[in-house]
Design a protein around this ligand. Structure first.
Ligand SMILES: *Cc1c(COP(=O)(O)O)cnc(C)c1O
Length: 476
């Protein structure tokens, strides 16, 4: 996968990078993003206007250095904090955030494993040459093909999610004559997301098995499942897994979940004598989507989870477990941007009493097909013009796509120059996670390609889809 410089980009790019007049853009832009005196933004030493001219828009652009540094910083924070306790901490990159073979290799080079949740993700990781012993498989409804591929390849761990799955996996393992390495996904009642977490103590969702008994006197569903796993000789129980949510900015939720999982682990040891070796606390570390927001600091999450685990081990008088995490968004999200070309710009006068008198609707050549998160979750994003300077005043704007939905909004509220016009290059920040991976071909609009940029060089990661690709699936 040698990086291939896009024609004519490198020389200009390094000039732009060397220019003392280039200012770092800062949060929420990728770490290597700078703006030159002409207003053109460069990422990874590549000028975005040149990139757009060479590759077309819309285009996902990934700052390779930023993504690798994020992976390494999390890895070092975790191995540091847990190392002080004398236990290892392992990271599995959550492939669903964005997975292709190039990214899988970067993560393997940074010594992260890969978590997968489908035949496609599993096959992609294997095809990238990731060692099966560094791959995990999730899913609440795994297919026979997924289970068979995972067990045939000897992947590191399969995360069991229901009672029926215990026997399904054990039966497949028996048929293949292998022993399946498994974890059990539990729900702790801790739900986190955004700035807060709540601990409900009961569960009404499709993932995992609860650590809390549904009725007094009953076993917790998670305990029932752990006992069932230990009954099946074809299964090797590695540990217990908990994933509490996404975009979490308060580490207290992880500490609460860690304590809950540690208690279940101790209960199992008391009942069976089996003290499982590993606790996986999932992913969900929050990032900054907007200027002025602050991401969840890797050092902080590492220290707080390590002290929660240590405290729980002391309280329950059990040996410390190995710990693992599965970050996706916090590694790839802020490293990625989407480049668009502005088309129709329409000022819309609003009735009296609205938040503004007039809103500038800026239409781009993509939309909800390449970024569904605003429509799906009301997610907020930030956008800027990245191809020129403007001395026009900033006005309240809304960045909208070209799909046939009024909810096709990519950036709900952002200030853009009043002279924003057709042909302008616009970038949306922090689209590296759950952008391309959740993209659709709604309106039969082909999905954008993904390129990596690094030190003035452009590496294609995923080819842009074409209308011909879409028509190739059409059976006439
Ligand atoms: C989605 C998911 C992750 C990754 O979450 P991020 O918010 O991207 O860090 C990790 N583990 C499991 C089980 C998940 O479902």
């Amino acid at each position: 996968m040698a990086a291939s410089p896009a024609e004519g980009l490198s020389a200009e790019a390094s000039q732009a990078e060397a220019s003392s007049a280039s200012d770092p853009l800062g949060t929420p832009w990728p770490r290597t993003a700078t703006r030159g005196p002409d207003g053109a933004v460069s990422v990874g030493g590549v000028r975005l206007p040149d990139l757009a001219a060479a590759q077309g828009t819309p285009l996902y652009v990934l700052d390779e250095r930023d993504m690798r540094e994020r992976a390494a910083a999390l890895r070092d924070a975790m191995t540091g904090a847990f190392g002080e306790l004398g236990v290892s901490a392992d990271l599995f990159y959550a492939g669903k955030a964005f997975l292709c073979r190039g990214v899988a290799r970067w993560m393997a080079q940074e010594r992260l494993g890969i978590d997968t949740a489908s035949l496609g993700e599993l096959t992609t990781a294997l095809s990238a040459g990731v060692e099966p012993r560094r791959i995990g498989l999730h899913g609440n409804n795994k297919s026979d093909a997924e289970i068979e591929l995972a067990l045939t390849e000897g992947i590191e761990r399969l995360v069991l999610d229901s009672l029926v799955e215990i026997d399904r996996v054990a039966d497949v393992a028996a048929g293949l004559g292998v022993r399946a390495r498994v974890m059990l996904r539990v729900t702790t009642g801790v739900h986190a997301g955004g700035h807060e977490y709540i601990s409900t103590g009961h569960e009404d969702q499709k993932f995992g098995l609860s650590v809390h008994p549904a009725r007094p006197g009953e076993d917790a569903p998670a305990m029932t499942a752990l006992l069932a796993i230990l009954e099946r000789g074809e299964l090797e129980l590695l540990g217990i897994h908990s994933h509490i949510g996404s975009q979490i900015l308060d580490p207290a939720g992880f500490a609460a979940a860690a304590e809950s999982v540690m208690r279940l682990r101790a209960d199992l040891a008391e009942r069976t004598g089996v003290l499982v070796g590993e606790v996986d606390l999932g992913g969900g570390f929050g990032v900054a989507y907007l200027p002025g927001e602050v991401e969840l600091d890797p050092e902080r999450i590492a220290k707080e989870t390590a002290s929660a685990i240590a405290e729980a081990a002391a309280t329950t008088e059990t040996a410390l477990p190995q710990v693992s995490f599965e970050p996706g968004r916090s590694i790839v999200g802020p490293a990625g941007i989407t480049l668009y070309t502005v088309g129709t710009v329409k000022p819309v006068r609003l009735p009296e009493g609205s938040d503004v008198e007039e809103r500038l609707y800026v239409s781009i050549d993509g939309g909800m097909g390449d970024n569904i998160r605003p429509a799906l979750y009301g997610a907020a994003y930030h956008a800027e013009l990245v191809g020129r300077v403007s001395s026009a005043p900033l006005v309240r704007a809304r960045v909208v796509g070209k799909h046939c939905e009024s909810g096709d909004i990519v950036v709900h509220d952002v200030d853009l120059p009043a002279d924003t016009h057709a042909g302008d290059l616009l970038a949306v920040a922090v689209t590296g996670a759950y952008g391309r991976s959740m993209a659709s071909t709604y309106n039969l609009m082909p999905r954008p390609g993904v390129v990596a940029v690094r030190e003035g060089e452009v590496t294609p990661l995923v080819r842009r889809e074409t209308v011909a690709d879409l028509l190739a699936l059409d059976q006439g």
